[in-house]
Ligand binder design. Structure first.
Ligand SMILES: *[C@@H]1O[C@H](CO)[C@@H](O)[C@H](O)[C@H]1NC(C)=O
Ligand SMILES: *[C@@H]1O[C@H](CO)[C@@H](O)[C@H](O)[C@H]1NC(C)=O
Ligand SMILES: *[C@@H]1O[C@H](CO)[C@@H](O)[C@H](O)[C@H]1NC(C)=O
Ligand SMILES: *[C@@H]1O[C@H](CO)[C@@H](O)[C@H](O)[C@H]1NC(C)=O
Ligand SMILES: *[C@@H]1O[C@H](CO)[C@@H](O)[C@H](O)[C@H]1NC(C)=O
Ligand SMILES: *[C@@H]1O[C@H](CO)[C@@H](O)[C@H](O)[C@H]1NC(C)=O
Ligand SMILES: *[C@@H]1O[C@H](CO)[C@@H](O)[C@H](O)[C@H]1NC(C)=O
Ligand SMILES: *[C@@H]1O[C@H](CO)[C@@H](O)[C@H](O)[C@H]1NC(C)=O
Ligand SMILES: *[C@@H]1O[C@H](CO)[C@@H](O)[C@H](O)[C@H]1NC(C)=O
Ligand SMILES: *[C@@H]1O[C@H](CO)[C@@H](O)[C@H](O)[C@H]1NC(C)=O
Ligand SMILES: *[C@@H]1O[C@H](CO)[C@@H](O)[C@H](O)[C@H]1NC(C)=O
Ligand SMILES: *[C@@H]1O[C@H](CO)[C@@H](O)[C@H](O)[C@H]1NC(C)=O
Length: 801
């Protein structure tokens, strides 16, 4: 109270004597009174953050959750995420005219959004998610034209999505999921070219899906799950979505067929259409969407055969086409799906036998084949190859034979009341109560007990002479996922799913490791080109075993590559480590060789678009390594030699010999391994600190190198001068001196367009290479920035033509 009075007194005095200063003071006080009004409107503050911290005696810029501009000292960001606050938003917040970020996520604010917030013209990031806001989604949101992110999910908003949101021409993320929004999806939404993700799931939206009128090159996710959307999917829906990764449309009332335009979405990873009323077949072109990881199309009225082409989707982790009218057989080649966790074909009309290859997919956790027309015998040794199996449903088929080798504890009671030794024929590994005449579990430790896994089997066996209807559920009580663990010696050994080659096969394939087949040498050993008897061309990386580091290199590389799969990483076909004296990796052959060769050879030339595509490829690979796995992988040795080009000039990152796996707690580790001088981040060079931020630094150097065509190790970079400082120096004066003259050899507008693009890329490069690791960009941001540069470049090219 006393302080407010003092401030007021000061304000009055200055108001008359020092007009400029008083203006500034007035505005700071405006911000202060707006925040104090917010404090007043909070009726419950369980952690006493506002109560104790937001004191009028301290400058607002020091208050918890408040950030100010460094010059004008006005409030630019207010972040009150997750403080358990209960209250309403006062109209005074509309006076925070410099605000660009307003986050109150994960609290219990209620009531409507005051119209005064429409004055916040600088607002870029608005997150009101997971509160209890109610009322309509206000149409004035459409006037906040700087908005990039609008998060209103998990509230009680009702009414329709205002048409005006289509005016938010810079919007990237729109999250309105988990409200009670009704009406149809406004057609203007898909007119926002900057859109990246749209989540409208778990609402009450009706009407049909609007079509997409223009290319949305950044749009990766469309989530309409659980609404009441009806009608056919527009035929041309996917003509403008080349980068769509996630399509989540299940739990609606969509009808009609899958439109052929879907197969233009080459990046698609998730196709979710289950629980709709769709019909027709699953087209064979599904096999062309090679990035697919999840296909959920169950609970529809699809018919026809399951296309054999799905066996080519080697990244597939889940396939569910249950509860439809699919016919045909399960193709033998299903064994190719080495990443499959979940296979659900239940409640269809699938016939034939179950190919034994199904039981060779060691990643499988759930198999549901129940209620089909399957016949034949189960393979006798299937249990051996399903180490991760949790549930297996085979009931209501025409399967014959006895239950194959299974092991674990048989529970008592329930459907096991009638279980007898007869039922467990061929199941010598089963154990249970003495009454069941099977071995006692306590005295017979489970084979898998080392992996701390306990098995329990539920087996119901209505036996009819030779025909056995089997319902079988295996529940692994303790999940033995080991994703969070650092690799131990034991984890390194099984290189499970890869095809194995003997030393002799590899020797033959490479003409006895002939020098004429040598592709390159490194500190770890040599790489040879080889040809398998079936004509496949491979690259064989042979490790020098005299060196202890090469030995370790092999193990690390195996471990990284075994756990990672991405189109921009070099694929491992096999490892050969049977012989103690010979360790080799069999890799996909990259016919176009290394980026280094393309960049520095006088015969070859990469234009700006090819170079940009390569940068995006490498950035995507790094984004995946850093953020796509439970255990982040740091590559540690990014350079042009380690980037290989396939026949389509798609770049693949290779050479994981000194890569590091970071466990979840440690975001960085210290190491003594030497990376390549010139690309190394300063903290790595000086203190051996490894973190994903070090890769970001090297990536920045790489960007500069690709644009300037100058190696960071070039002799012109001696003493204080480095590639980075040279770029900084020249970028501010005359750019032409740094950009590769080969790129700028064009004339007129073409020249300008290339120059602009090169300049933008160099700027991203510099942002990657700032000294302080924490201030460097995140790989995801880098990918987005590069993609945007590409969009601009393509647009400019269009104009030039
Ligand atoms: C308020 O919180 C900020 C940020 O946590 C802290 O720096 C400041 O010292 C706190 N002030 C008071 C008065 O508690
Ligand atoms: C907002 O605050 C939360 C919790 O303190 C923090 O996790 C989050 O990163 C902050 N977000 C921004 C954009 O500052
Ligand atoms: C701020 O906003 C409130 C309510 O919208 C208004 O009453 C007040 O006069 C405004 N100005 C200042 C300087 O607080
Ligand atoms: C909100 O809370 C959930 C659950 O506690 C948490 O997972 C999420 O990260 C929180 N969101 C933010 C922005 O802090
Ligand atoms: C929502 O926020 C509350 C805290 O207010 C948190 O406990 C809860 O987990 C959050 N829910 C989600 C889904 O983020
Ligand atoms: C779509 O956006 C363009 C400009 O970005 C605008 O001219 C056009 O009117 C918009 N169309 C609709 C239907 O909103
Ligand atoms: C869909 O519409 C039906 C009938 O109009 C209604 O009962 C149901 O709750 C709606 N579902 C959703 C998710 O809005
Ligand atoms: C799909 O792949 C097949 C070969 O597997 C090819 O013949 C066909 O042209 C491809 N279709 C499209 C639409 O890309
Ligand atoms: C399968 O086809 C039959 C006969 O045409 C039909 O009665 C049934 O509803 C269909 N089932 C599904 C799930 O579409
Ligand atoms: C799988 O892909 C390979 C190579 O693209 C092709 O030759 C083969 O025909 C495809 N298999 C199926 C079943 O589509
Ligand atoms: C399954 O894998 C085992 C061991 O790798 C192999 O011996 C067997 O031939 C495979 N079976 C089929 C049907 O591929
Ligand atoms: C056990 O057998 C008896 C007699 O055959 C039968 O009535 C009962 O339903 C069976 N119980 C189970 C759980 O199968």
């Amino acid at each position: 109270m006393g302080n407010t009075f003092l401030n007021l007194a000061l304000l009055i005095i200055f108001h008359f004597s020092m007009p400029t200063f008083s203006m500034k003071l007035t505005t700071i006080l405006t911000d202060q009174s707006a925040l104090l009004a917010l404090k007043d409107h909070v009726i419950h503050d369980p952690e006493n953050v506002l109560t104790t911290n937001w004191s009028a005696s301290a400058p607002v810029c020091n208050w918890f959750g408040v950030s100010c501009g460094s010059k004008h000292r006005r409030v630019t960001a207010l972040n009150l995420t997750g403080l358990g606050l209960v209250g309403t938003l006062p109209p005074h917040l509309g006076n925070l005219s410099f605000l660009s970020l307003l986050y109150v996520r994960n609290n219990s604010f209620y009531g409507g959004l005051p119209v005064q917030l429409s004055n916040l013209r600088r607002l870029k990031y608005l997150n009101f998610g997971n509160n209890s806001f109610s009322g309509e989604i206000p149409s004035w949101l459409g006037s906040l034209t700087e908005l990039r992110r609008l998060f209103l999910g998990q509230n009680n908003f009702k009414g329709v999505i205002p048409f005006s949101l289509g005016y938010l021409s810079k919007l990237e993320f729109l999250y309105l999921f988990g409200n009670q929004i009704s009406g149809s999806i406004p057609s203007t939404i898909f007119n926002i070219s900057s859109l990246q993700e749209i989540y409208l799931s778990y609402n009450m939206l009706s009407g049909s899906i609007p079509s997409v009128p223009r290319d949305l090159l950044l749009l990766e996710v469309i989530d309409f799950t659980s609404n009441n959307l009806t009608g056919h999917i527009p035929k041309d829906m996917f003509d403008h979505l080349p980068n769509l990764k996630g399509l989540y449309w299940s739990l609606n009332l969509l009808s009609g067929r899958i439109p052929a335009s879907l197969f233009k979405c080459k990046e698609l990873q998730m196709l979710s259409l289950s629980y709709n009323q769709m019909e027709g077949s699953l087209p064979i072109e599904i096999g062309n969407l090679s990035m697919l990881q999840y296909i959920y199309i169950g609970r529809n009225h699809f018919e026809g055969e399951i296309p054999k082409q799905i066996v080519n989707l080697t990244l597939l982790m889940a396939f569910d086409c249950s509860h439809s009218n699919f016919t045909g057989i399960i193709p033998q080649e299903i064994g190719n799906l080495k990443n499959l966790n979940w296979l659900n074909l239940a409640f269809n009309n699938i016939a034939g036998s179950i190919p034994p290859q199904v039981f060779n997919i060691s990643t499988l956790r759930t198999i549901s084949l129940d209620t089909n027309q399957l016949s034949g015998h189960l393979p006798s040794n299937m249990g051996l190859f399903l180490p991760n199996m949790e549930q297996l449903y085979l009931d209501f088929n025409h399967l014959a034979g006895s239950i194959p080798m299974l092991e674990g504890e048989i529970p008592e009671g329930g459907s096991f009341g009638n279980y007898s030794i007869e039922s467990s024929k061929g199941n010598e590994a089963l154990c249970g109560a003495a009454r069941l005449h099977v071995p006692n579990c306590k005295t017979r430790p489970l084979r898998n007990s080392k992996a701390k896994t306990k098995l329990i089997l539920y087996v119901a066996l209505p036996i009819a002479s030779t025909i056995l209807v089997v319902a079988l559920i295996i529940i692994i009580l303790q999940n033995k996922r080991r994703k969070d663990k650092l690799p131990t010696q034991e984890d390194m050994i099984p290189l499970g799913t890869w095809r194995r080659f003997s030393y002799h096969e590899l020797r033959q394939a490479t003409d006895g490791f002939n020098d004429s087949r040598l592709l390159g040498n490194g500190s770890y050993g040599s790489v040879f080109q080889g040809t398998l008897p079936d004509g496949t061309i491979i690259a064989v990386k042979v490790f020098k075993l005299e060196l202890e580091t090469a030995f370790k290199s092999f193990d690390v590389e195996c471990d990284v590559l075994r756990n990672t799969r991405h189109r921009n990483l070099v694929k491992v076909i096999s490892s050969c480590s049977n012989d103690i004296n010979f360790k080799a990796l069999v890799l996909e052959f990259m016919p176009n060789g290394s980026l280094d060769k393309w960049l520095y050879s006088n015969k070859q030339y990469l234009d700006i678009l090819q170079r940009l595509n390569i940068m995006i490829d490498v950035a995507s690979a790094l984004e995946y390594l850093h953020h796509g796995n439970a255990t982040p992988v740091v590559h540690c040795d990014l350079k042009t030699n380690n980037i290989l080009l396939d026949e389509d000039m798609v770049a693949h990152l290779s050479d994981f010999g000194i890569a590091k796996l970071l466990c979840e707690e440690a975001s960085m580790i210290q190491t003594m391994t030497m990376a390549t001088f010139g690309y190394m981040a300063p903290e790595y060079g000086m203190e051996g600190i490894v973190s994903t931020k070090g890769d970001v630094y090297s990536f920045g150097i790489l960007l500069m190198e690709i644009i300037t065509r100058k190696k960071p190790t070039d002799e012109m970079f001696a003493g204080e001068r480095s590639l980075k400082s040279w770029v900084i120096e020249s970028i501010s004066s005359s750019l032409n001196q740094v950009v590769d003259p080969k790129l700028l050899s064009t004339i007129g507008r073409e020249y300008l367009k290339v120059k602009n693009c090169a300049l933008s890329i160099l700027q991203v490069g510099l942002e990657c290479c700032v000294e302080l690791p924490n201030e460097r960009l995140h790989m995801k941001e880098i990918v987005t920035k590069l993609k945007k540069i590409k969009v601009t470049l393509l647009r400019d090219m269009e104009r030039v033509r």
